[in-house]
Design a protein around this ligand. Structure first.
Ligand code: ATP
Length: 208
């Protein structure tokens, strides 16, 4: 089964890398593909360009066998809709089981995603824990989770269609905080790989 972790990665940090590894081990994934989105959501802080985010991501996964970067969202014009990405992967990979890894915050925001009910047509969803406000599942999302809920060990039996919740350790790391630390002249070391931090220091990205 192939794991997929979509994100802005602005920049990539140990929260991303650790949940990818936790999911890889918990689900017996053959690989995890990190999929940077083209257009980061609008915000006031300076963000990196897609090319800069991609370079940092490549530095972060370079020494990890089983982690790879998939650039299809960067190459596609228009908004990066995950449902299109999953459809494109499905077209390439035939019946291989696919599993989209989502932090709890991303999962709770799913009803705002384009054609979100169709995501489980193309992949399983694995939800990992993340610190932050945790509202109980409600409405259509609760119905989706109820209808598709599976044990983690059963996901690989089908190409798509299951949702599992993984009891992963909480890691209070966010790209927002790392950008804030850099902007205020503080040190984000130990929140992200040294190679990524070195590159950020060289380029001055997020520091001004
Ligand atoms: P930002 O602070 O800029 O919003 P972010 O740190 O949330 O960024 P994203 O690139 O938006 O990072 O996240 C990509 C995916 O990784 C999402 O599914 C998100 O929930 C998950 N994720 C990011 N950080 C963590 C973390 N510390 N623990 C669990 N999941 C995480």
């Amino acid at each position: 089964m192939i794991g997929l972790l979509g994100g802005t990665f602005d920049p990539i940090h140990y929260g991303h890398l650790r949940i990818a590894l936790e999911a890889k081990e918990a689900l017996g994934l053959d690989e995890v593909r990190f999929i940077p989105c083209r257009q980061p959501p609008h915000r006031d802080t300076p963000g990196a360009s897609p090319q800069q985010r991609l370079e940092l991501l490549r530095l972060a996964v370079a020494d990890m066998p089983g982690f790879a970067v998939d650039t299809r969202e960067l190459e596609r014009d228009g908004p990066s809709y995950m449902v299109d990405t999953l459809a494109s992967l499905r077209g390439e990979l035939g019946d291989a089981p696919l599993c989209l890894i989502l932090g709890q915050d991303a999962f709770l925001g799913l009803p705002r995603w384009h054609r979100w009910r169709e995501l489980t047509d193309f992949a399983h969803l694995a939800v990992v824990r993340r610190p932050g406000p945790s509202a109980p599942l409600a409405g259509d999302l609760a119905l989706l989770a109820e209808a598709h809920r599976r044990e983690a060990g059963r996901l690989r039996a089908a190409p798509a269609g299951g949702i599992c919740f993984l009891e992963t350790p909480l890691l209070d790391i966010s790209a927002t905080r790392i950008r804030e630390l850099l902007r205020s002249g503080r040190d984000p070391r130990y929140l992200l790989p040294d190679a990524v931090l070195k590159s950020l220091r060289r380029s001055g990205l997020y520091s001004t």
